[in-house]
Design a protein around this ligand. Structure first.
Ligand SMILES: *[C@@H]1O[C@H](CO)[C@@H](O)[C@H](O)[C@H]1NC(C)=O
Ligand SMILES: *[C@@H]1O[C@H](CO)[C@@H](O)[C@H](O)[C@H]1NC(C)=O
Ligand SMILES: *[C@@H]1O[C@H](CO)[C@@H](O)[C@H](O)[C@H]1NC(C)=O
Ligand SMILES: *[C@@H]1O[C@H](CO)[C@@H](O)[C@H](O)[C@H]1NC(C)=O
Ligand SMILES: *[C@@H]1O[C@H](CO)[C@@H](O)[C@H](O)[C@H]1NC(C)=O
Ligand SMILES: *[C@@H]1O[C@H](CO)[C@@H](O)[C@H](O)[C@H]1NC(C)=O
Ligand SMILES: *[C@@H]1O[C@H](CO)[C@@H](O)[C@H](O)[C@H]1NC(C)=O
Length: 420
């Protein structure tokens, strides 16, 4: 949901793979029946959850998870597919969404951004085309970027580029190839700049991911009989944009579900912008009652305290679901060393708020205590299996109802084991 890797990208050693400039061949509906009722697929988890369970410290949770090794594994609405399946697949592509579906995600995310012709498309940020697509390598489109590619210099100035969905129209957007999110700040050529996938991900499926408009995503996910979590991304251009207001943008996103006759109970609309949440509560109450308030105030100590104190007021204004990053929902109990619910988590429950959180499987190895997402529990994190210990506290003590993940299988294993 948030772009936290900018300073942590590492130069991949993999050699660049030729990327065709046309779209992939999948239309994504070969397995859908168009009625939103095609749920009959076999959920497959692959080896990763087993690796993580084997890696856990001995104890009752490990024993319980081991007892579930042979399934059955089922599609679960607990599992929100964050950007698709970006641990291994280019984000917001048919291929990534399809992988998440196969791994049991009941709800698929589209981060919503607008193009120059004010159409909605799935991208994590309005201005991430330079790190998530091949646009810089496209002679017909690269020059349209807000900031075209500028190479790194020998005196240490990093390479620069900034390409926004609002720099191009929707038809042009559809011709781009999705790639793994990342860049090499030391690049002196476009080719080097594009080659920056973090060490714990892979370029194996990064040969030309098929991008989706918001409407195509709705048709695709509806065809699979799954549910939706669109995030209205913060504009990175001044609003109104050529007459396009923030309210119209928030309304257009909801209107797409109404036009497709999607029941609002199948849609979790999210935003980091409180006014978007309040807009939906007031103007589209059927969608507003399931709107997800992404809470980034917790990122600073003072903000965390303020956010915690504000929860009863937010509940009184009609907010039902709060969603801070998962680090903010737990802490270490100093007396016992155990991971326990945080002050924020306790206050949210007391205010009658539902909690959703993000994002699992974005951290890479946990053997050194993990990253941002594990900042409050770092002293007790020392192996990859510890992510299930944190998850267990989030589910069984904090009481989260859904979680975003970059790799659905890891959550589906747990969800099926505990009947979530
Ligand atoms: C870029 O160069 C700096 C300085 O030489 C180095 O520390 C860093 O690891 C390099 N980054 C990448 C992604 O190659
Ligand atoms: C960039 O474009 C060139 C020429 O079309 C192609 O050979 C190369 O593989 C592309 N590289 C990337 C990373 O897209
Ligand atoms: C959609 O549902 C209707 C009624 O249940 C059924 O007759 C029709 O065959 C379905 N369409 C597809 C494409 O499966
Ligand atoms: C490095 O060089 C660039 C131009 O090549 C210049 O704009 C920049 O100010 C220089 N930075 C430093 C730290 O000298
Ligand atoms: C399904 O694919 C066909 C082409 O095979 C295309 O015409 C149609 O628009 C697609 N439908 C959806 C819902 O994507
Ligand atoms: C916290 O709330 C106080 C009182 O409303 C305010 O003055 C302060 O700026 C807030 N701090 C943060 C970081 O939000
Ligand atoms: C618990 O430990 C943390 C980190 O050492 C510290 O910041 C916090 O104040 C302690 N809390 C209590 C209640 O002692």
């Amino acid at each position: 949901m948030r772009y936290l890797l900018a300073s942590a990208v590492l130069l991949s050693l993999a050699s660049a793979v030729a990327i065709p400039t046309n779209q992939g061949t999948h239309n994504g509906n070969e397995s859908s029946n168009g009625n939103g009722t095609n749920k009959k697929i076999t959920v497959e988890l692959g080896p990763r959850p087993y690796y993580l369970v084997d890696n856990m410290d001995e104890g009752p949770l490990k024993s319980k998870l081991q007892s579930c090794s042979e399934g059955p594994f089922k599609t679960s609405d607990f599992v929100f597919a964050h950007r698709g399946a970006p641990l291994q697949f280019p984000e917001h592509t048919i291929e990534g969404y399809s992988a998440a579906r196969r791994m049991g995600a009941g709800v698929i995310e589209c981060d919503v951004a607008f193009t120059k012709d004010k159409q909605l498309v799935c991208r994590h940020a309005q201005c991430d085309l330079h790190t998530t697509t091949d646009i810089l390598n496209r002679t017909d489109l690269a020059s349209k970027c807000t900031t075209p590619f500028t190479p790194a210099t020998s005196n240490g100035t990093a390479a620069k580029a900034k390409c926004c969905t609002s720099d191009i129209n929707q038809a042009e957007f559809k011709t781009l190839c999705g790639k793994m999110d990342g860049f090499n700040p030391n690049a002196t050529t476009v080719e080097e700049y594009l080659d920056g996938t973090p060490y714990f991900r892979t370029d194996l499926y990064s040969t030309c991911g098929t991008l989706q408009t918001h409407n195509e995503y709705i048709a695709l996910v509806n065809g699979w009989g799954l549910k939706f979590t669109p995030e209205l991304k913060k504009p990175e251009v001044p609003m109104p944009f050529q007459g396009y207001t923030q309210q119209q943008y928030a309304q257009d996103m909801i209107d797409a579900y109404k036009a497709a006759k999607i029941d609002p109970s199948r849609v979790w609309a999210q935003s980091f912008v409180p006014d978007d949440i309040f807009y939906w509560i007031e103007n589209e109450p059927a969608f507003g009652r399931q709107a997800v308030y992404l809470d980034e105030r917790v990122d600073t100590v003072a903000g965390y305290a303020n956010a915690t104190a504000s929860l009863p007021d937010l509940a009184a204004r009609g907010v039902k679901i709060m969603a801070p990053a998962f680090f903010a929902l737990t802490k270490i109990d100093n007396a016992t060393g155990a991971i326990v619910p945080s002050e924020y988590a306790v206050a949210a429950k007391a205010a009658g708020l539902e909690l959703v959180t993000w994002s699992f499987e974005r951290s890479g190895w946990l053997n050194k205590g993990g990253d941002y997402y594990y900042q409050y529990v770092k002293p007790v994190i020392n192996n990859d299996g510890d992510m299930y210990t944190v998850l267990d506290v989030l589910v069984h003590q904090v009481g989260i109802t859904h979680m975003f993940t970059d790799w659905a299988a890891t959550l589906t294993y747990f969800a099926s084991c505990f009947g979530l």
